[in-house]
Design a protein around this ligand. Structure first.
Ligand code: COA
Length: 539
């Protein structure tokens, strides 16, 4: 296969400036990660430890196989909101006895582990990933249930969490609940709906209503243990399948439950050559100026096995690079924006390439760096809407697994054609420099200004230029902040912001999950199927 060359010069001023700009963005990401790791802060962490309990991340660490990676998902959920970064829950994929499991761990140091609107979105996304990629799910439960001040946002939609758990079980996907502490009211249905339950002795408290509410409702006076302790549920109600001596014992029991599932292990590494160029360079490829385009082949040369890339139609529709390569031995087809704008030729090339990937059952990687489809009368007359629709149709109805990374920009319908969140890629990550919005801040403020000016003229009024300048500045600032990677990650529009240097590792982990094939002996929908039905293409 052809090997990619590089024209990057590490001694150039551009390289140094780009790298410095990316390191600044990365420092912001690291600060957000530290906030997420801090959970509810020193006071609550110390109190939790003093109670002889492990933190959510410590529980995960002890659950997964030693020295194996944990692919944390949506770590920046709720960033930029009134809620704690991370949204009082840790989610991610780790190996347990060699089996890739979706792990959801409440963080009891953040408002008692209660579930706010962002926690709900985050756990629902984790459930979706588990369902689509056919991963067993392990819930590490210790939660005060609904976040009471925001109950109106979560109570009614939150019921889906229980429906989804039982549907996973119906689809043959194992669900395990390990209860470390409180699981009251709706929370009691997490163990209630799970295939296997493990309760920690003297710690687990699972009841539909705690002692105060029972007293109010029926007048009965009862203590926690009698009402919903591990010993009671293990010996009387039968809700606990295993009663563990302590937290470590519970995690040991969980590992042995997973070992007996007879679930296939992912094929982590299929043997592959490392890229020819250093991953460090990935920091310096996106320009410090977000409007300056860059060649995505420079990224591929540092991500693909052996820097090998078999480019498809390199002379046609050159603003979109398409071609074949592999990551950690997993074959992939790549679509990567080269010059921001998508024209008709690019859209047609993309649609053909997606069909080819479906014909060979090859997963697709979308590297987004697009400002959208070309506008203007010439392009409209030549059918840019038809051709964009063709590409969006191909992306929507493609049946092979899609992975998306926003490495720069994702604006307008380009976000749709390049498999944005709404197009359900199996995983979607962003680089720290990434931006996404309906259009750029200057353009958006400009459009608003033109519309307001026309309205004033229509009413025969004099347009206030001073007010217009203030409005434009305010809108630009707002749209600029709302387009940033951390803002979007905070709203759960991706599965995380990653260090560009980790791109190959993250892709390798994701591909090992999507490339597993149907689980043996289970009533499974295949994770990848060929011969997609595209409906009617408007040619
Ligand atoms: N919604 C919002 N905030 C909650 C909460 C909830 N469901 N549960 C706890 N919190 C808050 C507490 O007000 C407290 O805030 P503060 O430190 O600012 O005062 C903080 O989280 C820690 O709670 P605390 O009670 O000190 O922690 P704990 O570890 O001793 O006990 C619980 C944790 C969950 C057992 C206990 O807080 C509780 O019983 N909460 C209510 C549970 C419930 O009935 N939920 C409704 C289910 S639908």
């Amino acid at each position: 296969m052809p090997v990619l060359e590089t024209s990057l010069d590490p001694r150039s001023a551009g390289y140094t400036a780009n790298r410095a700009a990316m390191l600044d963005r990365l420092a912001e990401i690291d600060a957000a990660a530290a906030q997420a790791r801090a959970g509810g802060g020193d006071k609550y962490v110390a109190r939790h430890h003093a109670r002889g309990k492990l933190l959510a991340r410590e529980r995960i660490e002890l659950l997964i196989d030693r020295d194996t990676p944990f692919l944390e998902l949506c770590p920046f959920a709720a960033w930029g909101t009134d809620f704690t970064v991370g949204a009082s829950v840790v989610t991610g994929i780790g190996l347990v006895e060699g089996v890739a499991c979706m792990i959801i761990a409440n963080d009891p140091t953040v408002r008692g582990g209660s579930v706010n609107p962002y926690s709900l979105k985050k756990t629902q996304r984790a459930g979706e990933i588990a369902r689509v990629n056919r991963l067993p799910m392990v819930n590490l439960v210790e939660s005060g249930g609904a976040d009471l001040p925001t109950q109106s946002d979560i109570f009614i939609p939150g019921g889906a969490a229980f429906k989804d758990l039982t549907r996973m079980s119906a689809a043959g996907l194992p669900t395990i609940a390990v209860v470390f502490g409180n699981a009251t009211a709706g929370g009691a249905y997490v163990p209630g709906m799970s295939d296997y339950t493990i309760f920690v002795r003297d710690r687990a408290k699972v009841f539909l209503a705690g002692p105060p509410l029972v007293k109010m409702a029926t007048g009965e006076e009862v203590d926690d243990e009698t009402l919903g302790g591990a010993a009671m549920h293990g010996s009387r109600s039968g809700l606990a399948d295993f009663v563990a001596d302590d937290e470590r014992d519970a995690l040991r029991v969980t590992r042995s439950v997973v070992a007996r599932l007879r679930w296939p292990s992912p094929r982590a590494s299929l043997g592959s050559a490392e890229p020819k160029y250093s991953a460090e360079d990935l920091l310096a490829i996106p320009s410090a100026d977000p409007r300056a385009p860059f060649d995505p082949r420079e990224i591929l040369a540092r991500v693909l096995d052996g820097s090998e890339f078999d480019e498809f139609k390199p002379l046609y529709g050159t603003a979109l690079v398409t071609g074949w390569g592999a990551v950690h031995g997993h074959p992939i087809g790549v679509l990567a924006n080269a010059r921001g704008i998508l024209f008709s030729a690019e859209a047609q090339k993309a649609a053909q390439f997606i069909q080819l990937a479906n014909a060979s059952g090859t997963p697709l990687l979308f590297l987004q760096n697009t400002t959208g489809y070309m506008v203007g009368s010439e392009y409209e007359q030549n059918g840019i809407i038809k051709h964009g629709a063709l590409m969006i149709n191909a992306v929507s109805n493609s049946r092979v697994p899609h992975l998306t990374i926003n490495v720069g920009a994702s604006y307008g319908a380009g976000n749709y054609g390049m498999c944005g969140r709404a197009f359900e890629p199996r995983f979607l990550f962003a680089w720290p420099n990434a931006r996404s919005a309906v259009m750029g801040p200057t353009q958006l403020a400009g459009v608003l200004s033109i519309v307001a000016r026309q309205a004033a003229e229509g009413k025969g009024q004099v347009y206030n230029e001073e007010q217009d300048a203030t409005m434009r500045a305010m809108v630009e600032y707002k749209i600029d902040s709302e387009s940033a990677a951390l803002f979007l990650s905070g709203r759960l529009y991706d599965d995380g912001v990653i260090d560009p240097r980790d791109t190959r590792t993250v892709l390798g982990l994701c591909l090992s999950l999507v490339d597993m094939g149907p689980a043996a002996g289970r009533a499974a929908g295949p994770p990848r199927a060929v011969a997609a039905n595209y409906g009617v293409f408007r040619m």
